[in-house]
Each structure stands twice: as structure tokens, then as C-alpha cells.
Write a protein that binds this ligand. Structure first.
Ligand code: SF4
Length: 195
């Protein structure tokens, strides 16, 4: 699949709403393009919309969204604050039963994420969960090997890998490690860890 023809984020979002490039279009209520503005400093990338995101048409809502917003706020980041964060997922439509997206579905949706990265031009990417991290980095390494060190996209953009908020809700003891990851991301943003 070629990257979609779009010059800006709203046009790209419209292309995502209309997309039928994989079978996930069949069961969706909404394709969830993402929220935020171009030239945002951070891009936050999760796995895929869940039930509440599918209904709301917005990424990271419900309990996992509240936890993400609280952790980001503690790191000085606010959802909806212009220029701060663009929040999206590796795939834009909800997999049935919240299963992991397949490699074919990830590949079909990858041009949208690639186009969003090109339009937003974030200074830093925060990859939440194994699926997002492996998809962005083209790696099959487990999350434990990918987090706690700065990764990079092919163009050199730094990537911080951390746990998905829904995992943290099930494993609250891991919140301390997630907080370490956010502190690393904040330090990177301030230039302390930039190459
Ligand atoms: Fe298109 Fe991505 Fe939705 Fe599949 S998941 S239908 S590729 S927008």
C-alpha cells in the first residue's frame, strides 16, 4: 500500500475514516486517526483503539486514557495543548475483542502512521506497549529489551518505549518503571540526552 495522498492532518484523518485497506474496517464504529496538531513536540503511539476509543473516535479514553493523561501531566504534558502532543495508535481501527492487530493489519495501516510522523515531525516518539514499539522500530525484541534506553526511528527521531496504560492498570507495580521512562522522555525533550 502506498502512503495516502494527503497534505495535512485533517485530510489524512479523512482518508483514514474512509479507509477499507484491511478487514478491521468491517467492525469499527469509528476509525481513530488521532488527536493533536502538526509540529507537536511528542508523538504518543499506542497499539489500537479499544471499545471506548472506537465509540468515542478518540485515542486513549476511559481508564487507560485517564492514567495516561495523569502520567503525562506529571511530566508536564497536557493532551489538547497545542504543540505538545499528537496521540495516535499503530492501527486506526479496533481489532475485534481487543485482540492484538495482526502483522498484515499493522502493515496495511503503517502508511498512515508514517504519514502522521512526516506531518507532525515530533522531536520525540513515546511508544506505548510491545505492538507499538515493535511496529515503529521494525523489531521483534520484547518490550523489556526495548525500554530503558533511547531507541531511534530510521530518520534519527528518538523513541522512548514504555508500557501501555492498560497493562499498567493490570500490573500497577510496573508504574514505577513507566515513570522512569517518562522521566527519560522529559530529559530527552529538554536536550539532556540528545545525541
Ligand atoms: Fe485502514 Fe488502518 Fe483501518 Fe485497516 S486499520 S481499515 S488499514 S485505517
Amino acid at each position: 500500500m502506498q502512503p495516502p495522498p494527503a497534505d495535512d492532518l485533517p485530510t489524512l484523518a479523512a482518508a483514514i475514516q474512509a479507509c477499507r485497506a484491511c478487514g478491521l474496517c468491517e467492525g469499527r464504529k469509528h476509525a481513530v486517526a488521532g488527536i493533536g496538531t502538526a509540529a507537536s513536540q511528542w508523538m504518543v503511539v499506542g497499539e489500537a483503539p479499544g471499545e471506548q476509543e472506537d465509540l468515542a473516535g478518540e485515542p486513549f479514553v476511559g481508564a487507560s486514557g485517564e492514567l495516561l493523561d495523569a502520567m503525562l501531566a506529571a511530566a508536564g504534558r497536557q493532551r489538547g495543548e497545542p504543540g505538545q502532543m499528537f496521540i495516535t495508535n499503530a492501527v486506526k481501527c479496533r481489532p475485534p475483542g481487543n485482540r492484538n492487530p495482526s502483522s498484515q493489519e499493522l502493515a496495511a495501516c503503517a502508511p498512515f502512521l508514517k504519514a502522521q510522523l512526516a506531518m507532525v515531525k515530533p522531536k520525540l516518539v513515546l511508544a506505548l506497549g510491545r505492538v507499538a514499539a515493535q511496529s515503529l522500530l521494525g523489531s521483534d525484541a520484547p518490550i523489556g529489551k526495548l525500554r530503558a534506553q533511547v531507541q531511534h526511528l530510521a530518520d534519527g527521531t528518538p523513541v522512548v518505549v514504555s508500557y501501555h496504560p492498560s497493562y499498567l492498570l493490570r500490573q500497577p507495580l510496573e508504574k514505577a518503571r513507566a515513570w522512569e521512562d517518562l522521566c527519560m522522555a522529559a530529559a530527552l525533550s529538554e536536550g539532556a540526552l540528545l545525541r
